[in-house]
Design a protein around this ligand. Structure first.
Ligand SMILES: CC(C)=CCC/C(C)=C/CC/C(C)=C/COP(=O)(O)O
Length: 298
């Protein structure tokens, strides 16, 4: 059997069905590697045919088997060409690596920029870093957005409150904080993105999933609490501005301390903001959760 050039699919046609013109074409193809009348392949064509080359590489084995199969008599009941079988799994992965999708390239580029920017912005990651002197202050900001003080403070306020309205708001804040802890733990456990390598693991009280960084728990909490407070507390404008600034500073401090990449914080802020809408939707009141409120008033 003749050996055909690897790019040439003409070889896959059975000789007996080609006729005179077909045989001539096949002869030309054998000699030049391209069908008669076809212009010579230009560099641009080669670029655009990269996919074909990859596909051919992936199907090389299958094409050989297939051409062997085509030597059977033309009167065979299976005269028509069967579809090419899917390449084995390993070869499929090679194809994907050689032909990354636009989304894949965009995501990889975003992550590369994210890592680079996060490293540059981690100016308080250690005492010896560019802004190492500000590290103690950043750690105070860290504690201000930590889950434990917020949970303990809300629970304490709930125990002390003597008005039904305050109790309702604090009970919902407690519910929101717990929901946030669970959601962040689930996403961290699923995504399993490691914290930046320049992070010093000297954080105030952590749980097991806190070895992961996506999303930032501090950022979700800051955005959630910020929306909650702005919605349920009557505050003067300067105080409202301070609350928003606090949430932003908590987010920024996560990157400056080297705890997180920028995307962890951005997604965290988005998640916390969205979570508040869920809390509003599931708002607990003496009407929707009478047992819970009865328990508290007794
Ligand atoms: C009731 C209970 C389970 C309390 C746990 C409070 C706690 C230890 C929360 C973890 C807060 C924390 C360290 C989050 C990590 O924040 P990132 O911004 O570093 O993701």
């Amino acid at each position: 059997m003749p050996r055909w050039p690897p790019l040439c699919r003409v070889v896959l046609l059975p000789q007996r069905r080609q006729g005179k013109r077909g045989r001539k074409a096949a002869a030309t193809t054998k000699h030049t590697g391209s069908p008669p009348g076809a212009r010579r392949q230009q560099p641009a064509d080669m670029l655009s045919s990269a996919h074909t080359c990859t596909e051919t590489a992936c199907h090389k084995l299958q094409a050989r088997k297939r051409s062997r199969r085509l030597t059977r008599p033309a009167h065979s009941s299976r005269d028509t060409l069967p579809p090419l079988p899917a390449p084995p799994r390993g070869q499929q992965e090679d194809c994907m690596r050689l032909n990354p999708s636009f989304a894949g390239i965009a995501l990889r580029s975003l992550l590369a920029v994210d890592l680079w920017a996060s490293k540059r912005l981690g100016v308080c990651a250690a005492e010896g870093s560019a802004w190492g002197g500000a590290r103690p202050l950043m750690k105070v900001v860290e504690v201000s957005g930590h889950g434990l003080p917020w949970l303990l403070g809300t629970a304490y306020g709930l125990c002390q409150s003597d008005s039904a309205a305050t109790r309702e708001v604090l009970l919902n804040l407690l519910f929101a904080l717990l929901l946030d802890l669970v959601l962040v733990a689930v996403v961290k456990g699923l995504v399993k993105r490691r914290r930046p390598t320049h992070n010093k693991m000297d954080m105030f009280v952590t749980i097991s999933v806190d070895k992961y960084s996506f999303p930032s728990g501090h950022a979700t909490r800051a955005a959630l609490v910020c929306r909650f407070v702005l919605h349920h507390l009557v505050l003067a404008v300067p105080l409202r501005v301070l609350v928003v600034l606090w949430a932003l500073i908590v987010g920024i401090s996560r990157v400056m301390l080297g705890r997180h990449n920028v995307t962890d914080v951005l997604f965290g802020l988005f998640l916390g903001y969205a979570l508040y809408s869920v809390v509003e939707y599931c708002w607990l009141s003496p009407l929707s959760a009478p047992a819970l409120f009865a328990l508290w008033s007794s």
